[in-house]
Design a binder for this molecule. Sequence first.
Ligand code: PLP
Length: 383
Amino acid sequence: MTNSPLPYGRQSISDEDVDAVAEALRSDWLTTGPKVGEFERAFASYVGAREAVAVSNGTAALHALMRALGVGPGDEVIVPTMTFAATSNAALYEGATPVFADVDAKTLLLDPASVEARITPRTKAVVAVDYAGQPADYVALRKITDRHGLKLASDGCHAVGATERGRPVGSIADLTAFSFHPVKHLTTGEGGMITTNDATLAQRMRVFRNHGITTTHREREHQGSWEYDMEELGYNYRLTDVMCALGLSQLARVPAWVARRREIAARYDKAFAPLEGIEPLAVRDGVEHAYHLYVVQVDANRAAVFHALRKDGIGVNVHYRPVHLHPYYRRRFGTKPGDHPAAEAAYERILSIPMFPLMTDADVDRVVEALARAVRANPRRST
Ligand SMILES: *Cc1c(COP(=O)(O)O)cnc(C)c1O
């Protein structure tokens, strides 16, 4: 048995990727050039959306999404507490107030009943999270947002390639944000994308990522003009041509990668089914999961299991500490333990175990054995 370290996620870079980057480096455009639009069109087509807007990372994508939602001071945006802090931070960047909702205990997806309970006259939008790569319950959420006249957006950073009732994440919500960090489905080093069917919102986000200026340097070069208008306060959130060349090259392999992630998940599911004390998250009917993460809930001393696996060279992780429990949110908004019981209970039990397309079946079996051993050896302390 090998003890070589197995990370929880890992990118795959091919010779074709390297060639695509080298070619972009030798071209005339290092930053905003032809590869940006090419990558945007290819990504939009993959997720079945009309428009895609490339930005410098997933957090910038969420920020642009909040701008496109039009939320600001005095507005509330409902987000699940079981997410990465960037989801709710993005609302704060625009001066809006994030309001946390609880998740379903079996899937850790935003609980529609909890959303409904938190709607006030100030609520402007709901941002679901496709946690671990499983689409949120969009049918139930859309009923709620339609009834209250709210926008429905998605933090789809985990869910490239996931579908719900045949509709890909990226084409279901009004706006969807993606990340191309190396642990995600495809990478550009740092990078992000927002997809939408609304051309006006897409144009607004293209201006937002370029300081709020309505023409790009390349367009002005084309027109032989130096003049430009800054129409609103934007940021420099551009993704470079070099990174878009990498993204385009990576995108071609995403369907095969997602298929491999599903095979790995099926192997885990089968191995864990007869084992006591290891419960994989539930998968809803009608979804095709993208398995950014494979998350189990363990009936054991989670900290001891975590450390035992790390000692075995197995890169486990915990996604996530519920955001309302972070000191910043507690200080600023008075959020506290007890606010979201399902997310808090899950947080005591969850472990993300290795999941990436290059894992071999032997790697999967090694994780299963090590996890089973660690759970048996570390029963939950009875108090
Ligand atoms: C990765 C991730 C982000 C942030 O993406 P970056 O590219 O790292 O800025 C936001 N939300 C979720 C759920 C993520 O997994």
